[in-house]
Design a protein around this ligand. Sequence first.
Ligand code: NAD
Length: 263
Amino acid sequence: MSLMNGKRGVVMGVANDHSIAWGIAKTLAAQGAELAFTYQGEALGRRVKPLAESLGSDTVLPCDVEDLESVDALFAQLAEKWGSIDFLVHAIGFSDKNELKGRYADTTRANFTRTMVISCFSFTELAKRAAAIMPDGGSLITLTYGGSTRVMPNYNVMGVAKAALEASVRYLAADYGPQGIRVNAISAGPIRTLAGAGIADARLMFNYQKRHAPLRRTVTLDEVGGAALYLTSDLSTGVTGEVHFVDSGYNIISMPHPDALKT
Ligand code: NAD
C-alpha cells in the first residue's frame, strides 16, 4: 500500500525527532510521499537536515513565519522546484514560556499578539501561498489541542490561539473548498516535545490524561502520523473543515471514572 505515491508536500515544524511534524513526515514518506522540510533558524536547520536526508529529502528550506519575506521565499523555491504541491503540514506553535503558567488573565498584549501570529495566523498566510501552487486541489493540515474549547491549567493564551486556529480551519475550508483544497486540523493529546515542555506542569497534565483517557494511555507520534496520512491522502477526499481528535478519547470525558479516582 502506497497511499502517497505521486504526492508532494511541505512539512513545517520539525525541531527534532520528538516533534509531531517528524512523526507525520515519517508516516507520509513511508507511504511514498515526496517531502520538503522547513526549519526556523540555523541551529534547528542543522538538526532537520540529517532527519530530512534519512527520508530521502534534499529540500530543506529556512522559514520563520514571523518574517513574511522568508514565507514568500519558501513558496517561490517550492514553485521553482516542483511547480505544484499536494499538501502542507503546519505543526508550528509558540508562546512566551513565562505566560504558559499562572492565569490567562495576566497575558500581555505583546505575547498575545505574537502567539496569535505564530500559532494561528501563520496557517492562514501559508494556506494562501500553498493554494496558489495547488492547481489540482490539495490538503492543508494543522495541529491543535483540546485546550481550545476547555480550560487546561497553564495552557492560557495558547488555548485562545488554538480556538482561533480551529475557527480558521473552518473558514479556510469554506474559502478553498471550491478549488478542491481541503483544510483540517488534528487535535493531538499531550506528547513530550520541546513545545510541550514549555507549559508549566506539563508532566502532570501528561500523566492525568494517561490515567483518565478512555484508552488509559497517551498517544504516539505514529498515531498522529496515521491521522495525518488519512487527511493528506485520497482516503479523506470527502472531508474538510474538521478537527479530528487523536487523544485516546480524552476529549469525550467529563468526570474521570470513579475506579480511576479510587486507585
Ligand atoms: P516542537 O517544539 O517539536 O515543534 C514546534 C515547532 O514550531 C518547532 O519546529 C519550531 O521551530 C516551530 N516554530 C515556532 N515558532 C516558529 C516560527 N516563528 N516560524 C517557524 N516555525 C516556528 O513541538 P510539537 O509539540 O511537535 O508542536 C507542533 C504543533 O503541535 C504545535 O502547533 C503544538 O501546539 C501542537 N500540539 C502539540 C501537542 C503536544 O502535546 N506536544 C499537542 C497538541 C498539539
